[in-house]
Design a binder for this molecule. Structure first.
Ligand code: DOR
Ligand code: ZN
Length: 352
């Protein structure tokens, strides 16, 4: 008997996935969003772009404690912490981070490239000694891959950063392990495919499901604005091809980035899309549309763990193909949060 085609599947059982790029915020906002991630993922690489940013191991460990205090009762979730690089990061910080056992990378924000990146790196040469130490320790560099030069077209910033900054950096540090976060372009896919060993990329649900037309569908759509910004349909096609290809250098990272409704629906709205409420379900939609649900387990539950040198999870989750309606908003401290697909349906749900 031949197996049913993947596109006809009604349920999908997979090893519990991990989110290799996540923003959790702090305080009440952290408490509001954390349960969504815990319900789906076993672990997440947690971004350090708080205000003030988590520029030391000590600060990242304090945040780890605050996250653990907010975990829902009985949740089996492990936050994997990161440290925020600045022009002045001390190379010795790499050793502290490594010894802590809780820090899994250093995040490079080019100064001015995105939300809370003002304290980021102004000139990559300034962190060469830190990167050398990271190479020795086997510590991962997570990169926000966009040039912060305001003269560069916003849709070109990723490609320009790769060609002018990232490719030379990867050559200068041939043993450095690098994750190009939230890739959005055909150029980024090509870069990762052609790169030396030790270079991988995460891909978000929004960049698999939407192109830049979604920013302007009938009017300006602030809840579709994130950085790097959505790109062309051709870029999206290249990302889907990479995600479903089974190439272990491409894996799941939601970049779920909650902002209060009033910070998004503003004359100068914040960048960030909240997707944690339906993250694995949205990836299942994207893979199903490509006819490649069979490729989801590798992308969601294996390749990231393998890259970070961590064990794959042993628990499982089951997804069921049963549409549900996403609420218009969720509570978010004193404000509210408009999720991706607000008021619309998602085709898959978590069954267990
Ligand atoms: O859209 C984004 N939101 N991109 C980022 O790089 C940061 C993030 C955030 O923290 O809101
Ligand atoms: Zn991010």
């Amino acid at each position: 008997m031949s197996a049913a085609p993947a596109s006809a599947a009604r349920t999908l059982r997979l090893r519990r996935p991990d989110d290799w790029h996540l923003h959790l915020r702090d305080g009440e906002q952290l408490g509001a969003v954390l349960p969504f991630t815990c319900a789906r993922f076993a672990r997440a690489i947690v971004m350090p772009n708080l205000q003030p940013p988590l520029t030391t191991t000590e600060l990242a460990l304090g945040y780890h404690r605050r996250i653990c205090e907010r975990l829902p009762a009985g949740a089996a979730f492990e936050p994997l912490m990161t440290v925020y690089l600045t022009d002045r990061t001390d190379p010795a910080e790499v050793d502290h981070a490594h010894e802590s056992g809780r820090i899994f990378g250093f995040k490079l924000y080019p100064a001015g490239a995105t939300t809370h990146s003002e304290a980021g790196v102004t000139d990559l040469r300034r962190i060469d000694r830190v990167l050398e130490r990271m190479s020795e320790a086997g510590m991962v560099l997570q990169v926000h891959g966009e040039t912060a030069d305001p003269a560069v077209d916003v849709f070109e910033r990723e490609a320009r950063f790769i060609d002018e900054a990232l490719a030379p950096l990867a050559q200068r540090h041939p043993r450095l392990r690098i994750v190009v976060e939230h890739i959005t372009t055909r150029r980024a896919v090509q870069f990762v495919r052609a790169a030396r060993p030790g270079i991988a990329a995460t891909i978000t649900p929004q960049h698999l499901l939407l192109d830049r037309n979604a920013l302007f569908a009938g009017g300006i759509r602030p809840h579709h604005f994130c950085l790097p910004v959505l790109k062309t349909a051709a870029d999206r096609a290249a990302l889907i091809e990479a995600a479903v290809s089974g190439d272990a250098r491409f894996f799941l990272g939601t970049d779920s980035a909650p902002h209060a409704r009033r910070a998004k629906e503003a004359a100068c709205g914040c960048a960030g899309i909240f997707s944690a409420h339906a993250a694995i379900e949205l990836y299942a939609e994207a893979f199903e549309s490509a006819g490649r649900l069979d490729a989801l387990p590798g992308f969601a539950s294996q390749f990231g763990a393998d890259f970070y040198g961590l064990p794959r999870n042993s628990a499982e989750i089951t997804l069921r193909r049963e549409p549900w309606q996403v609420p218009d908003a969720y509570p978010f401290g004193a404000d509210e949060l408009v999720p991706l697909r607000a008021g619309q349906t998602v085709a898959w749900r978590i069954a267990s």
